[in-house]
Design a protein around this ligand. Structure first.
Ligand code: FCB
Length: 462
């Protein structure tokens, strides 16, 4: 497919290429609630959130946005906002709740949801794994066990069998960096383990899961195969310093390349092979695995971007628990504005990340599958005037447009998120939605950013 050129009109209006895909993203555990409905069994997030001290305020996803019951109204809301594409995830323990077969009632929900989306003219994009592993699998090792990767193929096949007639876009994983390093090394996410060896083993099994499922989906006839990873731009104040440059390379490797190279190039980054080998249990990486991970070319690379990363060398430091192996690295606090997550805001880093990925991994169309910001929204006179979120989205869209002008093959943008929702370790304290949710009444109130984004999507420009 040749790309139609983006344009920058003299007026300063940035016109996106024709056919640019616009939409929003969510994830099952963050919005669905109904965690014991219709045969669903617990996921690692039910267990984690149910453990005191793990999630802010003791919140869980038991009710969340009650989307499991309110999906018709939520789809109607999306239609009114002019959403073109909706990226949602499937809850593994709804579909494969135990060791046995498929739970038809769990799949029924996604069947109804997809019908509703299609009827509203919205393109459904399915993510098969957005972090809610069945607890029963974690009890047998979770992602440290290769059997979990094999079971993932059963999930992919079951969901595709039911929805493949209406869903074109199939994403295997969302952000395996979080599933492995935050889940198994720093313990900030479920299952809350703090074991660097387990984390690297999980990395490999997640990537194998992608490779196996991508092959199965391809042979089942999936129209558009994709994979989503989180990206950042790693920089240092003094790039000419050799030790600082090495720190950049290591963190870039662990954050970006470890999750891009195997999928797109069929091999682990050469500079990380020793680190991986030192950590994973013997026999984890089998002959042929790297080829297997990259064997089925993806049609769309999903990139989630939130914040930049600033580092420098620091001899004899302590490794950042989120990045095992970084004893020699200091993570710096950039002097930038911050969101309510305390994440630094830097739209230029999004442009740099897009240009860099398109340069280093040519030939793969990209989509921003998540981007957005939490702010301390307030409802005043029936309105949320979230000017900071609009500014965040506007500057990041301008940066995405600059990346297109610089040659990046960017095909679409999905805002995180449609609704305020369960923000993992932070519970309901952080609001990322274009639509405000009153958790006492479940009332939805589109914020000013929703109206703003609607106009962006309608005009295909920013
Ligand atoms: C991403 C997750 C998503 C959401 C945003 C804020 O890392 O994929 O579920 O929590 O962060």
């Amino acid at each position: 497919m040749t790309q139609i050129q983006a344009e920058q009109a003299p007026s300063g209006v940035r016109q996106f290429p024709q056919g640019f895909r616009w939409g929003v993203a969510t994830a099952a555990y963050q919005i669905e609630g109904a965690t014991d409905a219709d045969g669903r069994t617990p996921s690692i997030w039910d267990t984690f959130a149910g453990t005191p001290g793990r999630v802010f305020g003791g919140h869980t996803g038991a009710v969340a946005c009650d989307h499991y019951r309110r999906y018709p109204a939520d789809v109607a809301l999306m239609r009114d906002l002019g959403i073109g594409s909706y990226r949602f995830s499937v809850s593994w323990p709804r579909v494969l709740p135990g060791d046995g077969g498929v739970n038809a009632r769990g799949l029924d929900f996604y069947d109804r949801l997809v019908d509703e989306l299609v009827a509203a003219g919205i393109h459904p994009m399915v993510t098969l794994y957005h972090w809610d592993l069945p607890q029963s699998l974690e009890d047998r090792g979770g992602w440290t066990s290769r059997a979990t990767a094999e079971r993932f193929v059963d999930l992919a096949t079951a969901v595709h069998d039911r929805l493949g007639d209406r869903v074109q876009t199939w994403t295997t994983l969302n952000e395996p960096w979080c599933s492995s390093f935050l889940g198994y090394a720093s313990g900030e996410h479920a299952p809350g383990r703090r074991d660097p060896a387990a984390a690297f083993t999980a990395v490999h099994h997640l990537l194998v899961a992608h490779g196996l499922a991508a092959a199965a989906l391809r042979s089942a006839g999936a129209a558009e195969l994709s994979y989503t990873t989180i990206v950042t731009s790693v920089t240092t104040p003094d790039p000419d310093d050799e030790a600082d440059a090495a720190a950049v390379r290591l963190v870039d490797g662990l954050h970006n390349r470890l999750f891009l190279d195997p999928v797109l190039l069929g091999r682990y980054p050469a500079d990380l092979v020793d680190l991986m080998a030192r950590h994973v249990a013997p026999g984890t990486i089998r002959d042929g695995d790297e080829a297997l991970i990259g064997a089925t070319p993806i049609d769309l690379l999903g990139l989630n971007y939130y914040q930049p990363t600033l580092v420098r060398a620091r001899p004899d430091g302590v490794a950042n628990p989120q990045f095992p192996g970084t004893e020699g690295v200091e993570f710096l606090r950039a002097d930038l504005p911050r969101t309510h997550m305390d994440w630094p805001v830097d739209a230029g880093a999004l442009r740099d990340a897009l240009v860099r990925v398109s340069r280093d991994y040519p030939g793969v169309p990209m989509m921003i599958t998540e981007n957005g910001a939490a702010y301390e929204d307030r409802v005043e006179d029936g309105r949320v005037a979230d000017v900071e979120r609009i500014e965040y989205l506007r500057t990041h869209l301008e940066a995405a447009h600059e990346a297109i002008l610089a040659g990046a093959d960017l095909r679409g943008y999905l805002a995180w998120s449609l609704l305020d929702n369960f923000e993992w370790a932070y519970g309901y304290d952080k609001r990322f939605g274009l639509v405000h949710v009153d958790y006492r009444t479940q009332e939805r109130l589109p914020k000013d950013s929703a109206a703003w984004y609607r106009a962006v999507m309608a005009s295909n420009s920013v």
